[in-house]
Design a binder for this molecule. Structure first.
Ligand code: FES
Length: 124
């Protein structure tokens, strides 16, 4: 048997705006320990071997940050805090049920355009 691939990747946006930038970002002094909380909770539950947390750059949904993306599934969670992360781990990652009330609005996260369709639109 080969080395098992992870069951989930969790991409946590770790972008912080430089001081004085008006644009919001996912990491501020109030939210800077969320990645650590995510990783520690996965470790405490003994599932970090199959759930891989990844520090990501900006995913262009800064207005509803802090955000994290769960793959597989393209599930984008918004306005996170520690309690929400705990619930997502318990209900989605372990329990298999997406926590719909924390999922991004479809206005901001509609179905993907396939690269083939986009290339065709661009005439390439
Ligand atoms: S800073 Fe996190 S989505 Fe842009």
């Amino acid at each position: 048997m080969g080395l098992p691939q992870p069951a989930f990747y969790i991409f946590k946006c770790e972008q912080s705006s430089p001081p004085g930038m008006p644009k919001p970002s996912c990491v501020s002094p109030q939210t800077q320990d969320l990645f650590q909380h995510l990783a520690q909770t996965l470790m405490q539950k003994g599932i970090i071997g199959t759930v891989q947390p990844i520090r990501s750059a900006c995913m262009n949904r800064c207005n509803v940050g802090p955000v994290m993306l769960v793959e597989p599934g393209h599930v984008m969670y918004t306005q996170l805090d520690k309690a929400k992360i705990d619930r997502i781990i318990e209900e989605h990652i372990i329990g298999g049920n997406i926590v719909e009330e924390y999922v991004i609005d479809s206005e901001l996260w509609d179905d993907a355009i396939s690269p083939a369709d986009m290339a065709a639109q661009m005439g390439r």
